[in-house]
Design a protein around this ligand. Structure first.
Ligand SMILES: O=P(O)(O)OC[C@H]1O[C@@H](O)[C@H](O)[C@@H](O)[C@@H]1O
Length: 473
């Protein structure tokens, strides 16, 4: 039996099956996993979903889906083999196409699903999927164990788990923004209610910034008639009180720097230096995710080139747009629009000896670390973001980068006074900020970068985890 458990959809590792049937291991990706891997290991059981065919094979080879030592320095795992159709409806239709879009204020995109009969079935699958996690956690947790449930995939699990095991101390943590009530209430009433009451099944509900925590409390008041204590930070509903916590997440500067000095990164730096020469470098690194606002960032770069011909031939924009959630049509279409927009910039400005934009659409972690190290300007312009760790990694790895940062990213709460803040919808404002960042005097950019570095590394994942566990003690 385990005393500390973490539950999330994506686990710290994933398996792939090669042609000869051999299982190989990969590190899991995404903000949540990068934050928690490496710290949630000793004595912590991680319960996650089997996501790939390789994961399902690994589950069937391991008794009860328990994998004691997967590799990559992770602790024990229990992978849940949820029936693929149920998983697809819970993960793609509800978690990613509904809850993610609502909390990122992206619901009005043309293909957003409608809440018709089909949604009823999808919601039922989301309940089943959350129920499978609650059941596994109830089986694995020791008496009065501490259980940390992560993110929008698992909003119903805390209440379901409490019903099974009232002795447990349960936390839920949201790694995303939280929508204001007037937007959250576009969910069908019973769905909005179940999500809020599901999270309120926890003893402690955590958020990355005060802004998202306040929005959650607003929703509880407006949609459940719950009582929110803004000063003591808690919500009381149906006779139970859930404490609300704000726990920001930063980066482990020393570990990141060590990884960025490995030979694979050094050789990418050499190659990039050859490609870019002594031109200034504007870097962005994102998953190709609608909330990351990549298209508007590219349009702003095009506008900057249009209004500052003196920079032609002297600057390169290196944009990493990694593949993400390609099972969803909205994401495939978004990748295509990023590529179309990049092509327009190339067509308008490229010359025989100058490529104004280099777009990378394939996953290449060492190359992106090399880009961070060489960046003069880092552009992070999401429409809305729970935190955004790119904004924190850049100043750790680049000695002189100026940060152009969306005021709608959670990271703006800590980094805002040392960055150039932009309204992510304001193309001209973003173009002006890119110019200001390029011409920023050397001493100012170094002073700002040092302050960004200090703020970015103040709360590494280890501290975040300890704060969560303390909150449950
Ligand atoms: O759908 P994926 O690829 O597992 O990504 C999920 C994760 O994506 C991350 O970027 C978010 O910060 C997390 O909140 C989220 O859990």
């Amino acid at each position: 039996m385990n005393n500390v458990l973490v539950a999330s959809n994506r686990g710290p590792v994933s398996f792939t099956v090669s042609d000869d049937g051999e299982l190989t291991l990969r590190r899991g990706g995404g903000g949540l996993v990068s934050g928690l891997s490496g710290v949630a290991k000793d004595g912590v059981l991680w319960v996650c979903a089997a996501l790939s065919d390789g994961d399902r094979s690994a589950v069937h080879l391991a008794p009860g889906g328990r994998i004691d030592q997967a590799g990559y320095d992770t602790g024990p795992l229990r992978m849940l083999d949820i029936p693929p159709a149920t998983f697809h409806r819970a993960y793609n239709a509800v978690a990613n196409s509904t809850l993610w879009f609502v909390n990122h204020l992206l619901y009005d995109i043309p293909n957003a699903p409608l809440f018709g009969t089909k949604f009823g079935r999808e919601w039922e699958s989301y309940r089943d999927y959350n129920g499978a996690f609650a059941l596994a956690l109830a089986e694995e947790a020791g008496h009065e164990a501490r259980v940390m449930v992560q993110d929008y995939h698992l909003t119903l699990t805390p209440a379901m788990l409490r019903a099974e095991r009232p002795d447990l101390r349960i936390a839920h943590f949201s790694h995303t923004p939280w929508a204001p009530p007037e937007y959250f209430s576009l969910l069908p009433d019973e769905v909005a209610r179940e999500v809020l009451e599901g999270i309120l099944g926890a003893d402690h509900a955590g958020f990355l910034t005060d802004r998202w925590a306040q929005a959650f409390m607003d929703c509880c008041e407006a949609l459940l008639g719950a009582e929110a204590d803004r000063v003591g930070r808690s919500v009381t509903h149906d006779g139970r009180t859930t404490r609300i916590g704000v726990h920001s997440l930063g980066v482990d500067g020393a570990a990141l720097w060590e990884r960025a000095c490995e030979p694979d990164v050094e050789s990418h730096m050499t190659a990039l230096k050859e490609q870019v020469g002594d031109r200034r470098l504007i870097v962005r690194i994102d998953r190709t995710e609608l909330s990351k606002n990549i298209v508007r960032g590219l349009v702003a770069y095009g506008e900057f080139l249009g209004s500052h011909p003196e920079w032609h031939g002297r600057v390169v924009h290196l944009a990493f747009a990694y593949p993400s959630r390609h099972d969803l049509p909205e994401y495939r279409e978004y990748t295509a629009s990023v590529q179309r927009c990049a092509q327009q910039i190339e067509d308008a400005y490229a010359t025989e000896d100058w490529d104004p934009l280099i777009l990378n659409v394939n996953d290449d972690y060492p190359r992106s670390l090399a880009a961070y190290r060489m960046a003069d300007v880092l552009l992070v312009n999401p429409i809305r973001d729970g935190m955004n760790l790119v904004a924190k990694e850049g100043p750790v790895l680049s000695p002189r980068c100026a940060l152009v940062l969306s005021r709608e990213a959670g990271a703006a709460a800590e980094l805002g006074s040392h960055a150039l803040l932009v309204n992510p919808y304001d193309i001209s404002g973003t173009a002006t900020a890119l110019h200001d960042a390029l011409v920023m005097p050397e001493d100012e950019r170094r002073t700002r970068r040092d302050k960004l570095h200090a703020a970015a590394t103040a709360l590494p994942p280890q501290k975040w985890l300890e704060a969560q566990l303390d909150a449950l003690a």
